[in-house]
Structures are given as C-alpha cells and as structure tokens.
Design a binder for this molecule. Structure first.
Ligand SMILES: [Zn+2]
Length: 353
C-alpha cells in the first residue's frame, strides 16, 4: 500500500539507489518521505529496513492484466502475434475494460514501490493513446500494426509513446524492423525488443538496431550475452514469467560476462507488477545458478539510471515518486526481500542526500 497521509517514523538500514547499496536512512512524516540519504540517521531510528529508490519495472504488458489464463498453454499459444490468446483478447476487449485494467495495474505497480513501468503496448497508436490516458506516468513503447512499414503510423505512435517495443525479429520482416528502428533513433527515443525468449535469435542483427535494452535472452549463448555487455545494452529479465513457460533467464551468466541486468514483471495476465516479489525471484534464480543474489539491488534501478532519466517527457510524468521500504533485520538480498514492503511517496521537497 502507498502510505500517504499516515505514519511518521525514522528508518535506518540500507539505501539502494543509483549510487549502489549503502548504509542510509529515511525520515517519513505523515506518509511522505521528507529526507532520505546515506550514512547515519540524524534522529533516533524507530525501524530498520531497506529503502529502495528509483525502482523501475523494466518490462510489462499491462493491458492483459484482466485476462484469466487457462492452465497449460504454451508460450506460442498464449502470446505469439497475431493470434495467440492474448492478442485475440486484446482485439475483442472493450477500451473501457482495457483502460480499467491499465489503471489497476498502474496503481498496483506504484503500491509495490516502482516509480514507473516500461510497457510494451500492443495495438498501434490507438493502443498507446489508451494507455497514456489511463496511466499517464507509464513509459510507453508502442508497436506498429500495419502489414508494411508506414511512416504515418509511426508518426501517430511516437506522438504519444516514448518509443517502440518490438515483439521479436522472428515475428516481423527485417527490413520493416530496420525502418522502424531508424525512425526511433533519429528522434532519440527508446527502441527495445524481445530477444531469444523461445528460440535463439540473431543478436548481431538485433544489436545493429541500436536497442536501448533487450528483454529475456533465455536461449542466448554466452557469446550473445557478451555482445550485449560490450555494446552496453542492458538485458531485462522476467524470471517469474519465464518460469511459467519453463524458461530460465541467464542471470548468473550475464553477471559473469559483465552485462547489465534489469528486472521486469512481463505480462499482467501471468503476474502482477510486484517488483519486490520479482526481485526476490531474481535473487533466488541468481543464487540457484551460482551467481550473486546481491546483484538484484542494481537490477532494480538499472534502467532508471541508464535510460529513463535522460528523457525529459518521462521525468515530467513522474512528479511524485514513490519508494519502497522493506522492514527487515537482515540486509542480504534474499532475507531482506522476503519482508513485505510499503511504498512511501517522496515529497517534492524531499532532501535526497
Ligand atoms: Zn514481453
């Protein structure tokens, strides 16, 4: 729950933000943060915990939040365009139904402490407009739907979205994708794409499109991951969604090869936008793979540091930030993330030290 207008306390413990995980504190008055910073708490602390700042949900599809998924469906049956169950649902559902799902998703996302979520919005320009109206603070990456590249359609999408999020190079003609990526690059907007979720895809072609980040990489080889690391293209992983389809994100390998990782909750129909739960899953997978679960802290804000705050329109949408507070006695990733967070709104005048 976002605590606004209630609760005053001082918390001491760890702060995770763009400067890394460090000892710090938080002072909350009437449900809003008035001071957050590193070092020792200037007043006597009432609680101990972890303060998560600048948390961005790096990959979502919020419009299908209202879809109930029958068990046992494969990745292709469910999400492959154009006729996977999800796409049929999105075509048939009314705007009012989709809009109310988006609004609910956006509220649930903020309640888990995320500043914003980066949504791969289906349905061309109308789809992007519906999301902008329903959840103005979302980072919207639209998707063209015309059978061939159409500059006018691109203009329509980019007049309301923050960039483009492509399904995958397996679903679309390469010339079409290149034309789309060119327009996005010229405008210095965000281009992102799902890669190697179900089958391995050509990473050289993907990186030639100059993506801001890629999503999934479950079937990627070490060499594919290394190329992302060298190109400084972050990999957004979605461990819960992947597990649903019997896939595993390459978290430990990406850590070892030096690629930046970020976390997304993916399709709303499979899991809600709960970043703390997803972060816990990330830490569990990292540990099971022999990696370092503490990498989860940087993965929570990696996209906000690397991409989002460079885009002015995105900053303007998020005037009131929220941060998550995880009450805990221990500060290892796995034990801390088991604590349920509360989300606290940042006062515009909050001192960030
Ligand atoms: Zn996705």
């Amino acid at each position: 729950m976002i605590m606004e207008g209630s609760g005053s306390y001082a918390l001491e413990g760890m702060v995770s933000d763009r400067r890394g995980l460090r000892p710090g504190y938080l002072i909350v008055e009437d449900g809003t943060a008035v001071e957050v910073g590193g070092g020792e708490c200037p007043v006597r602390p009432d609680r101990r915990g972890v303060v998560l700042m600048d948390t961005v949900n790096g990959h979502t599809h919020c419009a299908d939040y209202g879809l109930r998924v029958p068990p046992g469906m494969s990745l292709q049956e469910l999400v492959a365009p154009p006729d996977g169950l999800k796409h049929r649902y999105l075509r048939e559902a009314s705007d009012a139904e989709l809009s109310s799902s988006m609004l609910r998703f956006s509220r649930d996302s903020r309640a888990s402490g995320a500043v914003t979520f980066v949504d791969f919005r289906e349905g061309g320009a109308p789809g992007c407009r519906l999301l902008r109206e329903s959840a103005p603070g979302a980072v919207i990456l639209g998707r063209p739907v015309s059978p061939e590249f159409d500059p006018e359609e691109m203009e329509g999408i980019l007049s309301v979205a923050d960039g483009i999020g492509i399904s995958s190079i397996s679903d679309m003609d390469r010339g079409y994708i290149e034309a789309v990526a060119d327009v996005v690059r010229e405008r210095r907007m965000i281009f992102a794409i799902h890669v190697s979720e179900r089958v391995r895809e050509d990473i050289d072609f993907v990186l030639s499109l100059d993506p801001a980040f890629v999503v999934h990489m479950c079937e990627a080889t070490d060499s594919d991951i290394l190329k992302c690391a060298e190109a400084e293209v972050p990999i957004v992983v979605c461990p819960t969604s992947n597990r649903y389809f019997g896939k595993v994100p390459p978290i430990a390998r990406a850590e070892r090869l030096g690629a930046d990782l970020a976390i997304g909750t993916d399709n709303g129909m499979i899991r809600g936008p709960d970043m703390v739960a997803e972060a816990l899953e990330f830490a569990r997978v990292a540990e099971a793979q022999g990696g370092d679960p503490e990498a989860v802290w940087s993965a929570l804000w990696k996209l906000s540091g690397k991409i989002l705050y460079q885009h002015k329109n995105i900053q303007n949408h998020n005037r009131t930030d929220v941060l998550a507070v995880v009450p805990t006695e221990e500060f290892t990733a796995l034990s801390a993330l088991r604590g349920r967070p509360e989300a606290v709104a940042l006062n515009e005048k909050t001192k960030r030290l």
